[in-house]
Design a protein around this ligand. Structure first.
Ligand SMILES: *[C@@H]1O[C@H](CO)[C@@H](O)[C@H](O)[C@H]1NC(C)=O
Length: 229
């Protein structure tokens, strides 16, 4: 009986493990100079409290000495409410084992750090031209002259599996991820915690139900009824 539950708990915890998150407090609103080049020119996709969920194919690579955290992607978190606590979550399918690092940076820390600014520039230059039109609208709020609370979101993604296929090792496919910006209610609980809690309870009850069925089935195999003559 115990091994059945062990297997089930491993399966359940693996499913939950495919979420990585970072918690932060929105910085003071700053007035961004309305001169070019500005934030829009970076062509980053924005997440805002309104447009809070984003599905993205994130580039990934196997870790190397030069890139121990794989490939980088950058996004803009804009329209934040100063002093409000948020979390950013990333969810990805279990079929694409990946290690993610999420970091939020105030604008000034990025512009003051040669490593970050060059990583951001590299990513920005790698964006396809077609993205510019979409991102321009989305980022518009961030570079208005009105004060805005804005952060950069840096996502680093390293493939976390091994294959003998050299093509795949050199160019692992993009990871289909979902990125969610979630404000905390009263700065204590993520807004989405309530439905998630209900979902997890339903999953747990379901898992226990399946476990008890399995246990019943295994018990009946282990102790077969005497054969009728
Ligand atoms: C390696 O993976 C690529 C991409 O999935 C595939 O097209 C190719 O057939 C694979 N090669 C071998 C030898 O399995």
């Amino acid at each position: 009986m115990s091994w059945t539950l062990l297997v089930l708990s491993v399966i359940i915890s693996t499913a939950i493990a495919n979420v990585e998150k970072t918690i932060f407090t929105a910085p003071a609103a700053v007035t961004l100079p309305n001169v070019r080049p500005n934030l829009q020119d970076l062509r980053l996709t924005s997440l805002t409290p309104v447009e809070h969920t984003l599905r993205a194919d994130l580039p990934v690579r196997f870790p190397t000495a030069q890139h121990p955290r794989g490939e980088q992607s950058w996004f803009l978190l804009s329209g934040l409410e100063q002093g409000q606590r948020y979390e950013v979550r990333i969810c990805w399918p279990a079929t694409q084992p990946t290690e993610f690092w999420l970091d939020v940076h105030p604008l000034t820390s990025v512009f003051d750090s040669p490593d970050l600014i060059s990583a951001l520039a590299d990513y920005s230059e790698s964006l396809p031209e077609t993205k510019a039109v979409v991102a321009e609208d989305a980022a518009a709020g961030a570079s208005d002259t009105a004060p805005a609370s804005v952060l950069f979101l840096q996502i680093q993604a390293a493939a976390d599996y091994f294959t003998l296929n050299k093509t795949l090792m050199d160019e692992p496919p993009d990871v289909k991820a979902e990125i969610i910006l979630d404000p905390y209610i009263l700065n204590v609980l993520p807004r989405s915690l309530v439905p998630t809690g209900i979902y997890l309870i339903a999953c747990t009850v379901g898992a226990w139900f399946v476990a008890s069925l399995l246990v019943g089935w295994l018990t009946s195999i282990e102790s077969p009824k005497p054969h009728k003559e």
